[in-house]
Design a protein around this ligand. Sequence first.
Ligand code: PAF
Length: 281
Amino acid sequence: MKICTSIPETRKELEKLRSDGSRIALVPTMGALHDGHLELIREAYSHADKVVVSIFVNPVQFGPNEDYETYPRETDRDSGKCRSEGVSLIFSPDASEMYSDKKLSIEIDELNRHMCGASRPGFFEGVLLVVNKLFNIVRPDVALFGQKDIQQFQLIRKMAEEFNHDIELVMVPVVRANDGLALSSRNAYLSEEERLAAPLLYRSLLYIEKQISGGVNSPKMLLSHQRSELEAKGFKIDYLNLFDLQTLQPVERLSSRQKAVIAGAAWMGKTRLIDNILIEF
Ligand code: PAF
């Protein structure tokens, strides 16, 4: 397994990896790899012959009061995990390799108006900027992302379309701990007590799903009640709502065959948790 920190070196190694006609998969990450990331790598082998993992804590997707400095960095452990999964190449640049002083920005439309886009200004602009760069550097045949960040996936899909990236995009279902908590590198911030309460967010999504599947097609009251329940259990709700899967706009009333996502983001202490469930009414 090669570990490259520079773009020219990465391109050279990729040329070698492609020389036998191999299909290349890219799994973009910010490191601190957990089983959710490993699932992306494993799934990548169903779509490609060789897997490249990028590990880069992307400064431009963190707001001024967010956790860029403290975000977990576990380079050696990450490389060990990638090696065990048979990864061919890790691209692990530093910020100066990825960004010059002159940054271009990508403007985003209504897909950014709700959910995490509403509460983290600049976040998805930063994500799209780096993913666009990674696509240009690695030029993968396929790239894989987790469903936990469903708004990110829909925005990357739109960006790839608009920027004419000829890349297959795959969304991999949320990987959960035994008690249902969606795996995330940020779960490491949770205290023992917070960790015990954290799966309640997923349980709330499941409850909402059950009610909607049982025929509740106008879930305003249901959602508001679940927000209060979670607040009472110590969460600070950012959003908990039903969104159309394609437009990511809130849905007041579900119509038949509509694909939607029940999505929530909530603070448990200093940790911001996100999760979602896909539904078709
Ligand atoms: O989902 C993440 O880990 C990041 O947002 C990504 C896609 C690697 C871009 O930095």
